[in-house]
Write a protein that binds this ligand. Sequence first.
Ligand SMILES: Cc1cc2nc3c(=O)[nH]c(=O)nc-3n(C[C@H](O)[C@H](O)[C@H](O)COP(=O)(O)OP(=O)(O)OC[C@H]3O[C@@H](n4cnc5c(N)ncnc54)[C@H](O)[C@@H]3O)c2cc1C
Length: 456
Amino acid sequence: MRSIVDELVSVLGADKVSVDEATLAAYAMDRAPVLDYQLPVAVVRAGSVADVQAAVRACTARRVSLVARGAGTGLSGGAHASEGCVVLSLELMNRILDLNPDDETAVVEPGVINADLNAAAALHGLMYAPDPASYKLSTIGGNVATNAGGLRCAKYGVTRDSVLALDVVLADGTLIHTGHRTFKGVAGYDLTGLFVGSEGTLGIVVGITVRLRYLPREVHTIAAFYPDFRSAAAGVLTVGNARVQPAIMELLDGGSLAQLDRIHGSELASRGASLLLIQTDGFGAAAEAAAIRPLLAAGGAVVTMAASAEAEQLVELRRNSRGVEVDDEYRVGEDVAVPRSRLVDYVAELQAMAVKHAVQLKVVAHAGDGNLHPTFWVDRTGTGVDADAMERLGAALDDSVTVALAMGGTITGEHGVGQYKLRWLGLEQKEPVRELQRRIKELFDPAGILNPGKAI
Ligand SMILES: Cc1cc2nc3c(=O)[nH]c(=O)nc-3n(C[C@H](O)[C@H](O)[C@H](O)COP(=O)(O)OP(=O)(O)OC[C@H]3O[C@@H](n4cnc5c(N)ncnc54)[C@H](O)[C@@H]3O)c2cc1C
């Protein structure tokens, strides 16, 4: 039998198959910490559904693992190469196939960049709502495979809430279509929902039909600076209790503000120890903002008083507040979520953990969803870090996860389990549920070639 590389070249053509070391290294990892570095044996850049089918069939026939890849911005190691695998890049399949302003839907190939779909939708007064902070880089296929969240998800829901139908290449190369072009539709089991968030373990997503929303004509952005992080977290509940639904509700602690100041030359940290950023949208935006402002001020915040261009710039800064430094062995970050009623308690626990384990802490949160990204780190000196720094970081990270679970939360609000969070999955999902998931995986991928060792 021919080698997998020879077979791929023969069915796809040499121009779509790379085996040079630089390309293999560039496609070996996403942006998560690397637990187990492996180079793929080949990178395939698919240009069509037929290419994907050919690559999948070749891998299945030879029992070679296949790791789907969008832009590689994932933070959980979902797109990390596994031993002897082929990486299947969908980045060249980047056409918007249809955009129907009357149906308020679009059909896209998986490699379309989130921001490009939004730019196209905006021409019709529409938007694709899920907006991960990586929206200028990440692909809709990757967003679907991770069920990505984002800033606007506080009001519009996560990726799954915007996906109506999918075209998927199964492990045997069959192309299936799930779902419908209508907003409603309840025929049979919800396979579309199952594929969303399946991290490339059940099939390769080659087409996505999404629901679009109305691009708000008006937005009001409020910056509320608080003297401490816990009061800012309490502000999130205050807004909810007023029964006002902002589109965006983001929380940054003092460490995150200081970091933005260092990078952008701003002076945010001098204005407060924590920032709650709220954006209301739609025709009621001004009225909603007016209802919220006095409540935040009563909770101790210094609040911007008019629809503020500066506050909108802060939202942009927030979108860029993660990813400026990559997590590594001395800097570890998580993606937990807790019920909103526990936000204040959880933030207090995080601060106590940092003190207990003698590590540094900074936190940004999609607070409207109770989804927090705490980052723990230890300062490096010229000679490295002190001897037990790694254990202290690991202990803080484990605590941040177990405390979130004890509060009724989850180990991952939006980044997915990938490779990195498998170690905690058993704490959240008990064996009967995990066994059911393994059986679902077996049904879709009996040979176990699709992104093995990830997600479940
Ligand atoms: C600066 C920065 C900010 C971020 N902010 C957010 C945020 O706010 N919210 C959020 O949710 N995430 C965020 N992320 C994480 C990341 O951007 C998302 O997980 C995103 O959805 C990944 O898309 P991607 O195209 O890069 O996918 P990749 O990283 O390439 O892949 C992600 C997973 O999807 C699988 N996959 C990719 N394409 C397909 C396909 N076509 N079919 C089947 N499986 C596929 C891969 O195998 C992998 O398991 C951020 C990342 C960075 C670097």
